[in-house]
Design a protein around this ligand. Structure first.
Ligand code: 4AD
Ligand code: MG
Length: 442
């Protein structure tokens, strides 16, 4: 008998099949046993009749506990009442391991802390299964989009000698002793966990033209918000000869592609999550464009006390995104609130050629990007203005010494895109093992 998966079952109606997985629930009338089965690909019910089974087989069923691992065999039958449209007429069962009594996650409502403490088990629940599948889809679509559009995957380092996004939320660690290091080998005995691969990606595109990275990044964020993790996955993309407008066009196409793919490939997952898909269907080009100055004026009109040169707070972002049903490009922020590498707007040197992309429905910033300063002298000045030591940026400045070109890029936060597409309130559910200011276990 061939071992199949739940996802293949629809092609095997009327056949006897074998499935390997877990028993996530069961109920017995004493004569009929309903076994709720999952195998990673999906969920279905197997129904066993006592009269059809040898005694020791029925005894196995009766000894099952939640989450026992099993091999089930039976006849695939169409059943209009089943969520999948099929169920298994059970013929036999093998227990791989009878789970211990007291599986911690039950039917009753659990609080978020309890579920996070049991994250390693909570991941088995249907909602968490669905979230991880959507996450996988978004990663896959991102790779596909970039490979179809001439971007090369370029792996940037995690241990770095400098900060990319300012020094306030850097994770710092000792990195060997000073004595061993020859000049130029390290900047001392400190290393920092990468906040973004961007600066290295800029080196990459001077070889490859267009490149992207995708990996974990780290921010010692002291904020306990629904949008912040201390370890999260960022995708940075960078392209030579692309300026501010072109940069936004790439972001728009990527986000449209991701959302369309999630709708197309994850309909079942979105249903499990009870995600209203109507707002996602509206995510079509062109997105809304607004300058920071326009946003400030609008927000003040709605009662915000935001200053002319202030960064937007989370509440401001939420308020703004609730006014539109498409993502919003917020452009040209005050230079004072943004990173040293951003190119100034030639029409207003107090502002930069950057954009944040805000997701609708109150989700807020999912992407940060900009055109990069490509002039050596200007970049040097910016590094000094930001009180950064120029020495460890020497290599980065070299990119402006040898064949500098206009270039731009952006980075997305994977967890924020997953939270938005899945309709989740907090990003902590979107990463398998969240790390936050108050949590590093399991
Ligand atoms: O806006 P950020 O800080 O931009 C950069 O790091 C640039 N170097 C990217 C680039 O141009 N290549 O971060 C990019 C995105 C944010 O828009 C947000 O989605 C996400 O990363 N992000 C976080 N996600 C979860 N937890 C945090 N603490 C995050 N900080 C940023
Ligand atoms: Mg940002």
């Amino acid at each position: 008998m061939t071992t199949l998966t739940v996802s293949q079952i629809h092609q095997h109606i009327g056949e006897e099949v074998e499935l390997k997985g877990w028993c996530y629930n069961f109920r017995s009338s004493g004569k009929i046993f309903f076994l709720q089965f999952r195998d990673g690909t999906g969920r279905m019910q197997a129904v066993y009749m006592k009269t059809d089974l040898p005694e020791e087989q029925w005894a196995i069923l009766e000894s099952l506990r939640l989450e026992s691992s099993v091999i089930i065999r039976g006849l695939v039958k169409e059943d209009a009442r089943a969520p999948l449209g099929f169920e298994l007429e059970g013929k036999s069962i093998t227990a791989i391991q009878i789970a211990e009594e007291g599986y911690p996650i039950g039917k009753k409502e659990h609080g978020p802390d309890f579920l996070l403490d049991n994250r390693h088990l909570w991941l088995r629940s249907e909602s968490q299964w669905a979230v991880q599948r959507v996450r996988d889809r978004i990663i896959t679509s991102t790779y596909e989009y970039f490979h179809e559009n001439g971007f090369i995957k370029f792996d940037t380092p995690i241990l770095t000698p400098t900060s990319c996004e300012g020094t306030t939320d850097l994770f710092e660690m000792d990195y060997f002793a000073d004595e061993e290091a020859k000049e130029g080998e390290t900047s001392g005995s400190k290393a920092y966990l990468a906040q973004s691969g961007q600066l290295y990606l800029e080196a990459g595109i001077m070889s490859l033209g267009r490149a992207f990275d995708f990996g974990p990044v780290f921010r010692a964020e002291k904020s306990k918000t629904r949008r912040h993790l201390t370890e999260f996955w960022m995708m940075d993309a960078e392209a030579a000869f692309v300026e501010h407008e072109g940069n936004m066009a790439i972001q728009e196409a990527l986000i449209c592609r991701i959302v369309a793919d999630v709708l197309k490939h994850c309909a079942q997952e979105l249903k499990v999550l009870e995600r209203d898909t109507a707002p996602l269907e509206k995510v079509q080009a062109p997105f809304v464009h607004m300058t920071h100055a326009e946003a400030v004026a609008k927000l003040r009109g709605m009662g915000s006390d935001i200053g002319d040169m202030d960064d937007l707070g989370a509440d401001d972002e939420t308020l703004l995104t609730q006014q539109y049903d498409k993502p919003i490009f917020l452009e040209k922020y005050p230079a004072v609130v943004k990173a040293f590498y951003m190119k100034r707007d030639p029409e207003d040197p107090t502002r930069v050629l950057n954009n944040d992309l805000l997701a609708p429905e109150g989700y807020g910033e999912i992407i940060g990007g900009s055109q990069r300063e490509d002039d050596y002298e200007t970049l040097m000045e910016r590094i000094r203005e930001h009180n950064l030591d120029p020495a460890p940026f020497d290599w980065y400045l070299d990119l402006r010494r040898y064949g500098s070109v206009p270039h731009s890029g952006f980075g997305y936060g994977l967890e924020r895109i997953v939270a938005w597409t899945c309709g989740l309130h907090h990003v902590r559910e979107t990463i398998p093992f969240p790390r936050m200011i108050n949590r590093i276990t399991p």
